[in-house]
Design a protein around this ligand. Structure first.
Ligand code: NAI
Length: 332
């Protein structure tokens, strides 16, 4: 079976090429994003393998179906970039990697909190210039702070376990509450209460129509002044313009984002010699209390192994007429 990959980087090839011999697929790699501009290049393949910023809208899915594609294997957890109804109507199966090392993402969220709080990124540069002054580097103890977790699935739960180790008080909101978290003392509250009580708010829910711009001008007003907001989930959860205002007026004290609403034009490539035509990200990056990383929260060797293995297993099972081992891997 031939599988055509999109948005492939050398590190993706490394992991898929390492595990593919025991599956025996023919792998074809494209570096470019999948979208209407390239979909016609798909030839003689049965499956395509896509990543977070590939656009699988109705137009693309229609062409894929006409070209004989049967399976769309997402090598990520989120599937907000796929028109699921179009896939269903075209009879395409869509699978994903539901939980590859949730710890990888949770640990990155924690890294962002510690960096923003203790300003290690600034200290690193300062000390290299033999400036040992502490001015402007004061942080706060995490111990005793109230952490609000929005979305307590695999990553939210891993994040809660980490923050418990710091002696934080944990509150959460999810449409489905986790008994595991309740047992170790996480208190579920209405969303508005989580916004109102949190010193640090970490987003771990998927991007859906109901969660788009969850962080907006109105919800920002419900939060404590100086709140820290961490988003390692999806950029669309945050209304960037409202957040810029929140930073200007110091309603937001710290912002850590690994994802950004318009990231498909920026992330996963070297633009260091380019003038970036996006005033919003330029402005965000100019704030001293904002930390931006380029969708790297998942990026550990353990997670990459899990992504490659699960994606290949999902495809092998579908090709044999079986369902993926983990029911949560089935999207359509
Ligand atoms: P999951 O499916 O295990 O958990 C998501 C949780 O969000 C579930 O408990 C669900 O009930 C909850 N949820 C659904 N609608 C909600 C709502 N309206 N309000 C509050 N909670 C709601 O997903 P997982 O693995 O924990 O991943 C979470 C998100 O993290 C993914 O959707 C993905 O977008 C993002 N992600 C980001 C990565 C990165 O590298 N930055 C890597 C992997 C995932």
């Amino acid at each position: 079976m031939k599988v055509t990959f999109f948005s492939t980087k050398p590190y993706d090839r490394e992991f898929f090429d390492r595990f593919n011999p025991s599956f025996g697929f023919e792998l074809e790699y494209y570096e470019t994003h999948l979208g209407p501009h390239i979909v016609n290049a798909v030839e003689h393949a049965t499956a395509i393998c896509a990543f977070v910023n590939d656009k699988l809208n109705a137009e693309v899915i229609d062409v894929l179906a006409r070209k004989g594609i049967k399976y769309i294997a997402l090598r990520c957890a989120g599937f907000n970039n796929v028109d699921l109804e179009a896939a269903r109507q075209a009879g395409l199966r869509v699978c994903r990697v539901p939980a590859y090392s949730p710890e990888a993402v949770a640990e990155h969220a924690l890294a962002m909190i510690l960096t923003l709080n203790r300003k290690t990124h600034k200290a690193y540069n300062r000390v290299r210039e033999q400036n040992f002054s502490l001015k402007g580097l004061m942080g706060f103890n995490l111990h005793g702070k109230i952490i609000g977790i929005i979305g307590t699935g695999n990553i939210g739960r891993a994040f809660a376990r980490l923050m418990r180790g710091f002696g934080c008080t944990l509150i959460a909101y999810d449409v489905v509450e986790s008994d595991e978290l309740k047992r170790f003392g996480v208190q579920y509250l209405p969303l508005r209460e989580v916004f109102a009580q949190s010193d640090i708010l970490s987003l771990h829910c998927p991007l859906l129509e109901s969660t788009r711009h969850l962080i907006n001008a109105e919800t920002l007003r419900q939060m404590k002044k100086g709140v820290m907001i961490i988003n390692t989930s999806r950029g669309g959860l945050i209304d960037s313009q409202a957040v810029l205002e929140g930073l200007r007026f110091k309603q937001i004290g710290y912002l850590g984002i690994d994802v950004y609403e318009q990231e498909d034009k920026l992330f996963f490539r070297d633009l260091s010699h380019t003038i970036i035509d996006d005033d919003t990200i330029q402005l965000l990056m100019s704030f001293p209390n904002v930390l931006v990383t380029g969708h790297q929260a998942f990026f550990t060797s353990e997670a990459m192994e899990e992504i490659a293995l699960t994606t290949l297993k999902n495809l092998a099972r579908l090709a044999q007429g079986l369902e993926p081992e983990n029911p949560a891997a089935v999207v359509v």
